[in-house]
Design a binder for this molecule. Structure first.
Ligand SMILES: Cc1cc2nc3c(=O)[nH]c(=O)nc-3n(C[C@H](O)[C@H](O)[C@H](O)COP(=O)(O)OP(=O)(O)OC[C@H]3O[C@@H](n4cnc5c(N)ncnc54)[C@H](O)[C@@H]3O)c2cc1C
Length: 440
């Protein structure tokens, strides 16, 4: 068998733990030597590989150079030095179409923007995701060409999806595309744009999702198992189905809908999932805000002093580039998006939880693991100043996440926490949160 120089390949072939499973190497390969393999890691057909090195140059796994990404996206090399990244405008809003709004994870704004671009023929397709029609416990990337496709792409799928693998498909096509993805996907896409600048025009707009962590691809299967649901009876899997903020639920072939946990997504399951199912590479990612997108979208979790949500079923949009601003203004003008400009309101300028989790805890983790001789992604951003309390928090979180790697620990724990016996813990959490908001 042909032997390939591993330095010419993406990081998955030398250190799997650093692979983001973004699918970039698969999407950029000029000879289709790479494909999606087990657990969404890339696999190689050595006979097809020509050792061009493109997959190594565009790999977002082992090295994330903020200065380079800043230059590709914004045309200069100065670090924003904030966790939110470069932001010119902030909006809060929702899709004006009722179906799109209700179908969204937040206010359906990503879908509203993409639908507007398609309607006005600015783009001919959108790179998005859905749960696999034949295996609805896994996600997949696809190209949406009309509003029906876009409706199928709605919702956050809190799982690893090698989105960029789909670039392979549009390479052969003329036309302009829009793109919605997670921070790691966007890192890979931007590096590809650096190698082949024509892609900067082919992908007209890059919409980034805020991301605390994706989850291991086996999470949905384990959730079904916890509730005794046979995979074969599954028609679809919703991470945030039903009334906002939604619930994880199974849609069965006989049209029955089964909730997979008590409480809602925000107060219940997601808090456990991000500890027990977070991949190692996500734990060491420091970009939670999709800093290199044209527009970043997050949930508008802002609460009032009573701890109630101010913007139910809405999303927050951080505009980073003139392309991003144009897309939003056009969508407001065409009536696809209803949004208010809240740029001047300090309240919307940062995300406390994210600033902590990705802006502080993740860099501390990277630094600690590096000192302990472990392989971690290389960043050109220095770790922020931290207190002993910050270090202890990081260590505790990391210990829980480490325990989550063992099924014998995570499965019974998750089953208990998401059962009715876990409700007192949810109530306690809600009480602590409401006290925090009252104190402000
Ligand atoms: C893994 C993950 C982690 C997240 N973490 C946070 C967080 O910590 N804080 C926060 O405020 N928001 C987070 N979000 C974003 C948030 O959940 C909403 O997706 C966002 O507010 C957009 O809502 P919407 O109603 O406008 O989008 P919708 O109209 O529902 O459209 C969602 C879009 O996101 C795309 N998408 C969904 N899942 C994936 C995926 N796995 N990979 C690539 N693209 C995907 C879809 O293809 C679709 O285009 C996360 C999303 C994901 C997928």
């Amino acid at each position: 068998m042909k032997v390939i120089d591993k330095n010419k390949l993406s990081i998955a072939f030398t250190d799997k733990s650093l692979c983001t499973r973004s699918g970039t190497c698969i999407g950029v390969c000029p000879t289709q030597a790479l494909s999606i393999g087990k657990e969404f890691y890339p696999e190689i057909d050595p006979e097809k590989c020509i050792e061009c090195g493109l997959c190594a140059k565009t790999c977002p796994g082992g090295r994330v150079m903020y200065k380079d990404l800043t230059e590709i996206t914004f045309g200069h090399r100065k670090d924003s030095e904030t966790f939110d990244g470069y932001v010119s405008h902030t909006f809060v809003g929702h899709a004006s179409d009722k179906q799109i709004r209700q179908g969204g994870a937040g206010g359906g704004v990503i879908t509203a923007l993409l639908a507007d671009l398609l309607d006005r023929n600015i783009v001919q397709g959108c790179i998005v995701t859905r749960m696999k029609p034949d295996k609805p416990w896994h996600g997949e990337a696809f190209i949406a060409r009309n509003s029906k496709d876009l409706l199928a792409s709605q919702q956050s799928k809190y799982i690893i999806i090698p989105l960029n693998a789909v670039l392979q498909e549009i390479k052969k096509e003329p036309g302009i595309f829009a793109y919605a993805g997670l921070p790691c996907h966007i890192h890979g896409l931007r590096l590809f744009e650096r190698e082949q600048p024509k892609w900067r025009e082919k992908i007209r707009v890059v919409i980034g999702l805020f991301c605390a962590s994706a989850l291991e691809p086996y999470v949905a299967e384990e959730m079904l198992e916890c509730r005794g649901i046979d995979k074969k009876s599954l028609k679809n899997f919703h991470f945030r189905g039903g009334e906002w903020p939604g619930r994880h639920r199974a849609i069965l072939n006989n049209k029955q809908i089964k909730n997979l946990h008590y409480s809602n997504f925000k107060d219940g399951a997601i808090n456990y999932l991000t500890y027990l199912y977070s991949p190692f590479r996500c734990q060491t990612c420091i970009d939670g805000a999709s800093e290199f997108s044209d527009i970043s979208v997050s949930d508008a979790w802002t609460r009032n002093e009573q701890g109630q949500y101010l913007f139910q079923s809405q999303s927050k949009l951080l505009v980073r580039t003139s392309r991003g601003l144009e897309v939003i203004q056009d969508a407001i003008e065409s009536g696809a998006l209803i949004a208010s400009d809240v740029t001047q309101n300090q309240h919307y300028q940062t995300h406390r939880l994210h600033t902590r989790k990705k802006g502080l805890t993740a860099p501390i983790r990277v630094e600690r693991l590096k000192q302990a001789g472990k392989t971690v992604p290389l960043y050109d951003r220095t770790c922020p100043t931290k207190s002993s309390r910050d270090r202890i928090t990081e260590w505790l979180e990391s210990s829980i996440m480490k325990a989550g790697e063992k099924r014998s620990i995570r499965y019974p724990l998750f089953k208990f926490l998401t059962s009715r016996y876990g409700i007192p813990i949810v109530k306690l959490r809600q009480y602590i949160k409401s006290r925090k908001y009252r104190k402000r």
